[in-house]
Design a protein around this ligand. Sequence first.
Ligand SMILES: Cc1ncc(COP(=O)(O)OP(=O)(O)O)c(N)n1
Ligand code: TZP
Ligand code: MG
Length: 205
Amino acid sequence: MPSIGRLHVITDARPGRDVLSVVAAGLAVGADTIQVRVPDATTDREAYGLTREILRMCRESGATCLVNDRLHVALAAGADGGHVGADDLPVDVARKILGPHGILGATARDPESARRAVADGASYLGVGPAYATRTKDGLPDPIGPAGVAAVARSVTVPVIAIGGVTADRVGELTAAGAYGVAVVGAVSEAADPAKVTLELREALR
Ligand SMILES: Cc1ncc(COP(=O)(O)OP(=O)(O)O)c(N)n1
Ligand SMILES: Cc1ncsc1CCOP(=O)(O)O
Ligand SMILES: [Mg+2]
């Protein structure tokens, strides 16, 4: 049975990123969950192919493979689940599609939406943006560790903090009640993605 994991490396959907080499580097040093997140312009055919390759890498490493937004691709590829936010299928509908055993992440930034997402079938919550981030445009203001704590107090499912996460910030996020973290830029922008992933892994101990 795949686990939700504590160190989620999310593929960088920005142009010019070497996604597979970053995934390989992260898996080699302990990333326990990979989330496949692609540009909106990516075709389903391309998303499926990428997911199948990343799933193969995850199976070799014993890591969990999730797909962002496109649950049909997750199902078609045989991934372990998916992640939905405000612009994606509603959580209750996503749960119906994934079935009772799939891992379903949902984005939440306050206790009310967090409780609703869990009631609707979320297995874990992606909570943030915890800090400012350049990776995704149009986000609301960061909620900080205090905002993560408010959500973590309100639910019993794992909280994965996301948004501007770096190794030096992991301690305050786990102290706030986060079970784990999700990272894009700190790993994908690193000269040595494996080194940064290892630092994140160590910070989660
Ligand atoms: C672990 C995790 N948390 C939050 C998100 C954000 O998902 P969403 O709000 O659907 O935004 P997009 O990622 O689809 O742009 C996530 N992907 N993973
Ligand atoms: C997809 C998403 N949702 C909230 S923040 C974010 C991007 C996180 O990227 P980074 O780890 O580089 O801040
Ligand atoms: Mg989404």
